[in-house]
Design a protein around this ligand. Structure first.
Ligand code: 5GP
Length: 216
């Protein structure tokens, strides 16, 4: 008898929402899941390890990968290419292993088209102010970079309706619990979608106001 295929879990979210932290906790709670390490043409940041955080490859290698159909999806983001290695994801899913992808919306929608059974989760902050506070308190980016991230979040807000589920990352533990519940029972995603979709335009409006007033 053939094994049931592993689930494909796609996570996107506002820049600075804590996507990496939520995914980290999900992987701790479910170590049997696979995390898809993407390929990128961007330079490694301090502390990033080839094969762990990304496969750092050249633009030529990336373009050859596109040509050879080696990516399940790929997209350009901030002048760099990012893509999900197809073979890794498919081999794990064939083994019955659930796979988590941390990708932006263009890639998420490509995945949904290729694999309609994929579960698309969009993470949002509880409010614009929380997002701003997190980015500022983190202290890793200067004012200009924070502005760019906030502007990107405004843009990303328009994509939230295309996801299967929208989750609020307010208390980390709750976000992880909701996340795992949706993976176990994807139909639950609809409740979170309906409940949280209305918050998105509010956050967008508030972010725009914060940006206009340079109040960050
Ligand atoms: P960063 O450069 O900050 O690590 O990632 C920038 C953005 O690229 C994030 O939104 C991240 O989710 C997205 N990303 C990372 N890997 C992939 C990928 O393989 N495909 C796509 N489409 N986006 C990705």
């Amino acid at each position: 008898m053939s094994k049931e295929k592993g689930k494909l879990i796609v996570v996107s979210g506002f820049s600075g929402v804590g996507k990496g932290t939520v995914i980290g906790k999900v992987m701790e709670a479910r170590p049997e899941y696979g995390f898809s390490v993407s390929c990128t043409t961007r330079d490694p940041r301090e502390g990033e390890i080839h094969g762990v955080h990304y496969f750092f490859i050249t633009k030529d290698e990336f373009l050859a990968g596109i040509r050879d159909g080696r990516f399940l999806e790929h997209a350009q983001y901030s002048d760099n290419y990012y893509g999900t290695p197809r073979e890794y994801v498919e081999s794990l899913r064939d083994e019955g292993i659930n796979v988590v992808l941390d990708i932006e919306y263009q890639g998420a929608f490509q995945v949904k088209q290729a694999c309609p059974e994929a579960i698309l989760i969009f993470l949002i902050p509880p409010s614009a102010e929380t997002l701003v506070k997190r980015l500022v308190n983190r202290g890793t980016e200067d004012h200009e970079k924070i502005g760019k991230r906030l502007a990107r979040a405004v843009e990303e807000a328009d994509q939230a309706p295309g996801y299967d589920c929208i989750l609020v990352n307010d208390k980390l533990e709750d976000a992880v619990t909701d996340f795992l519940a949706v993976v176990d029972e994807p139909a639950l995603g609809v409740d979170h979608y309906e409940k949280n979709l209305a918050i998105v335009p509010e956050i967008k409006k508030d972010l725009q106001a914060i940006l206009e007033k340079d109040a960050f």
